[in-house]
Design a protein around this ligand. Structure first.
Ligand code: SF4
Length: 273
């Protein structure tokens, strides 16, 4: 089994599945999306985050950083410990219909670890979701974890394999194949489409995605407005953010325009086959 590092645990999130959720972020991702909001999630090893504004220049960097300007990202928890931390929020799950979401990075790099964590819930029922970029070993998922997951939040960035490689470092052949296989299992899937200005937020791209989802018989989806919070994080891990990345979030007017455009594309008869 490959043991992941956890780089964050979000509590009471209302964005990553139904109800209030505990979101476990695992380090390591096969993609390198130019707009990644969590660039510290890409590498599976421990990393140092440096927040320049917090540094008081005391010179104690080698011992302990009391101002928290330097922070190590990535903590290992055995499955039983992680399960215990997740179950601390059980009361919120019951009241809100929530549960746990495994995110990243790419959580399905760690299929057996997630399975073992869920097994530690024993008889306590917790709604489980996986947020995936779509690159994973489908056979291993089917064999070890599929039956234990209630919902897949599945990122679809583009249908075009060349653009996918340009934007993320890898083509999307595996992603499309895994998406189709997952649809065939009858599991609940919520495709999530990030709206990134200058990249995915284009008419051509959204028309192609709408066409694909329609062919797959998908009725529910989510559009994710661009959030530039990742830009600052690139600097914290000592790297330059991609040059064309906007520092402004997608505003409500722009978001509504793209949402309406996407809905019209889904309803359009142009692609009926
Ligand atoms: S799939 Fe997600 S975590 Fe991985 S590089 Fe892309 S945006 Fe970042």
């Amino acid at each position: 089994m490959i043991f992941p590092l956890v780089f964050d645990i979000g509590r009471a999130s209302g964005e990553d599945g139904p109800g209030l959720r505990t979101v476990v972020f695992l380090k390591g991702c096969p993609l390198r999306c130019l707009w990644c909001q969590n660039p510290e999630s890409q590498n599976s090893d421990k990393e140092m985050l440096f927040t320049r504004d917090l540094c008081i220049k005391c010179g104690n960097c080698d011992t302990e950083c009391y101002s928290l300007a330097r922070q190590t990202v990535g903590q290992y928890y055995p499955p039983v410990k992680l399960a215990e931390m997740i179950l601390r929020d059980e009361v919120f799950y019951k009241k809100s219909g929530g549960g746990v979401t495994f995110s990243g990075g790419e959580p399905l790099l760690y299929i057996e670890y997630i399975r073992d964590t869920i097994l530690c819930f024993h008889s306590i029922h917790v709604h489980t979701a996986i947020e995936t970029c779509g690159i994973f070993d489908f056979n291993s998922l089917e064999e070890n974890l599929l039956s234990k997951i209630d919902l897949f939040l599945f990122d679809i960035k583009t249908i075009d394999p060349i653009l996918h490689e340009k934007w993320t470092g890898k083509t999307n052949y595996k992603i499309i194949e895994n998406f189709k296989k997952l649809v065939e299992t009858g599991k609940e899937i919520l495709p999530r489409i990030p709206l990134i200005p200058g990249y995915t937020a284009s008419e051509e791209n959204l028309i192609q995605i709408a066409h694909f989802l329609k062919k797959m018989g998908i009725k529910k989806f989510e559009l994710l407005p661009y959030n530039p919070s990742g830009v600052e994080k690139w600097e914290k891990i000592g790297k330059s953010p991609p040059a064309n990345l906007s520092k402004k979030p997608l505003n409500q007017v722009e978001f509504s325009r793209w949402r309406d455009f996407f809905l019209i594309s889904l309803e359009s008869n142009k692609y009926n086959e």
